[in-house]
Design a protein around this ligand. Structure first.
Ligand code: ADP
Ligand code: ZN
Length: 619
């Protein structure tokens, strides 16, 4: 109990927060009681606090092992801003800087030291740790220790040796956002955690809103999305390097500051673009999935997928880079049928690279990847609640309605599609009887009566139904086909040119004359609701409408301060903190301290300046 109070006081004093988020208090309590912990929390849930608060409460030094040099620097800058004595030791330091840092570390001048795993067993670092009292070792991105995970780092395997060699065993905490059961088992075993307290918080990120759009012109749609977000920072993910270059060019031409990031670029260019993004010198990062683990920018307000990723795991991880500071953020997927084809192609191509697999293994893997792609495609085409879909996909229970995703906000109407469904099915059946099959769009064009090359090909086989659905748009016929496929009444073949096929259910369906209805979006309303939703927090439905002018003034001050200090802006204050300032309009230092994200140190450093902007505005 006493411990809980101490941690809560530290949380306010240093970090300026009044409440722990789910999972934080429990894991902190366990560590303070001397028990190892293994924490799996989604990105943005607040893992750092789980080890930074106990680090402040424990008598000795806390070592944080982290794989990413760029992250260490930002984390340490952020801690210094909070008034926590912290340092990092990695290869980015010059020999002189490293020596100074080591000397200070040996004198126990730091409370928290970030260290790269490959440094742990070096003679120089060993000399330091022999002189200090290590209270806790926190292993960040702990999944890097497992070969089953995505980002295996052999140097993580040294962590256990390092801990064993310490004169007194410290408490050990392992933290990660992604861990399957297998990876969790590896973390426990390879880090030699001692009966750890295991904590997995839910996958839901209430401040993220999800939406899928299927525009004809993706770039046009992207520009529409950006238009309402002039001040915001965001990521646009594309499937290929070519698309990255293309979209970056189009955005720059339209007057946006955008930078590219993909594996085909020179290291220096990539690093520069990443830093420009981190420091808000460019607002939009256009990237392939190579832009990954190194980003913990707190103020990413939107993640747009220009192409659909190949599975839900990738999608959720990438979309999850939005809204880390807890502010409302949008995750928008721009879907087109071509994305499915492109992913199929990429899956086939990547399987050719698996030379070390037997043909059976390869076939199995291919099948699995196609299955995952199918579930991703369902997400992109479902009319059900998107948040619910995601949560159920990751094995959690979810309600059918979240009230904040694109589908929940979209009003659908149910329309009868019996005639179209029956025409479609009988057309596919007739063609099958003549040993022919065609793709979805060709059949739709044929039924609609379009004079296209593909419709002509079908006409050459059977002309009876040509134009029989002339009043139904081609796209709607395709939609009906999709719903029939979902219902299992129709199927698509695998392969490069997927064609429509009958299933065992097709015939009974036709014979019974079964009715068929589909849900279609009502036009007009969705757009308005969507705009409202953009400024509204989700989950507890807090209104996030803030005074835009004051918010802009505070943001300008933050930009100036960040430039002076050569820090990323969100390290001074996050958007969430600025928003809370707008809501509270503090007048005194005392009131300023109540703002979420204002601790004592930041109060001293920046309080006067922010208070004077607020005062000038309020008077
Ligand atoms: P993770 O490492 O889990 O991805 P971070 O530790 O970077 O997440 O935290 C994400 C954001 O949430 C940071 O801006 C952090 O300051 C904020 N945060 C963490 N805990 C709390 C809390 N209890 N109250 C308010 N904000 C918090
Ligand atoms: Zn929903």
């Amino acid at each position: 109990m006493e411990q809980t109070e101490t941690s809560a006081a530290l949380l306010k004093q240093y970090f300026g927060y009044t409440e722990f988020r789910p999972g934080q208090a429990e894991s902190i309590e366990e560590m303070l009681a001397g028990r190892d912990v293994l924490c799996v929390m989604p990105t943005g849930a607040g893992k750092s606090i789980c080890y930074q608060v106990p680090a402040l409460a424990l008598p000795g030094v806390t070592l944080v092992i982290s794989p990413l040099i760029s992250l260490m620097k930002d984390q340490v800058s952020a801690l210094l801003q909070l008034g926590v004595r912290a340092a990092y030791l990695n290869s980015s330091l010059s020999a002189g800087q490293y020596k100074t840092a080591m000397a200070r570390a040996a004198q126990a001048q730091y409370k928290i030291i970030y260290v790269a795993p490959e440094r742990l067993l070096t003679e120089s670092f060993q000399t330091v740790v022999r002189q200090i009292d290590v209270s806790m070792v926190a292993v960040d991105e702990a999944h890097c220790i497992s070969q089953w995970g995505q980002d295996f780092r052999p140097s993580y395997l040294q962590v256990a040796d390092f801990i064993r060699a310490l004169p007194k065993r410290p408490v050990v905490g392992a933290f990660t956002a992604t861990a399957t059961e297998k990876v969790r088992e590896d973390i426990r075993a390879l880090l030699e955690l001692d009966e750890p307290y295991c904590l997995t918080t839910g996958f839901d990120r209430p401040n993220l809103s999800y939406e899928v759009r299927a525009p004809r012109d993706k770039t046009g749609e992207l520009l529409t999305i950006l238009r309402g977000r002039e001040e915001q920072s965001g990521i646009v993910y594309c499937a290929t390097r070519k698309n990255v270059e293309l979209v970056t060019g189009q955005l720059c031409k339209a007057g946006y500051t955008a930078a590219a990031y993909h594996a085909g670029m020179a290291d220096a260019d990539r690093a520069r673009n990443q830093e420009d993004f981190q420091y808000d010198r460019v607002r939009i990062m256009v990237a392939t999935n190579a832009f990954g683990m190194g980003i913990d920018k707190a103020n990413v307000s939107f993640v747009v997928h220009y192409n659909m990723p190949k599975n839900m795991e990738s999608y959720y991880q990438e979309a999850g880079r939005a809204g880390r500071d807890g502010s409302p953020a949008a995750c928008i997927l721009l879907y087109s049928g071509q994305d499915v084809q492109m992913n199929k192609f990429l899956i086939e191509k990547s399987s050719e690279l698996c030379e070390d697999m037997t043909p059976e293994e390869r076939a199995q893997r291919l099948e699995k990847e196609h299955e995952l792609l199918k579930r991703m495609t369902w997400y992109a085409t479902t009319t059900d609640c998107l948040r619910g879909y995601i949560l159920r996909y990751f094995g959690e229970e979810a309600q059918g309605y979240c009230g904040s995703c694109g589908n929940c906000l979209q009003e659908f109407e149910t329309v009868d599609a019996t005639a179209a469904a029956h025409r479609l099915l009988s057309c596919v059946a007739v063609l099958r009887d003549r040993c022919r099959s065609f793709g979805k769009r060709s059949v739709a064009e044929y039924l609609h009566g379009r004079e296209s090359a593909s419709a002509e090909k079908i006409r050459a086989v059977s002309a009876d139904d040509y134009g029989s659905l002339s009043t139904v748009p081609v796209q709607r016929i395709c939609d009906v086909a999709d719903r029939l496929i979902e219902a299992g009444v129709l199927a698509v073949s695998k392969g490069d040119y997927p064609v429509l096929e009958c299933t065992a259910q097709s015939e009974p369906f036709l014979l019974q004359g079964a009715p068929f209805a589909i849900k279609v979006p009502k036009r007009g309303e969705a757009e308005i609701k969507r705009r409202k939703a953009d400024v509204r927090g989700t989950g507890d439905a807090v209104l996030y409408l803030v005074d835009e002018q004051l918010f802009a003034a505070l943001r300008d001050l933050r930009t100036t301060l960040a430039k002076q200090a050569s820090l990323p802006a969100y390290v001074i204050f996050t958007d969430a903190a600025l928003r809370d300032m707008c809501a509270r309009r503090p007048r005194t230092e005392r009131e300023f301290l109540q703002v979420s994200g204002v601790g004592e140190n930041k109060m001293k450093k920046y309080g006067a300046q922010f208070l004077s902007v607020i005062a000038a505005y309020t008077d």
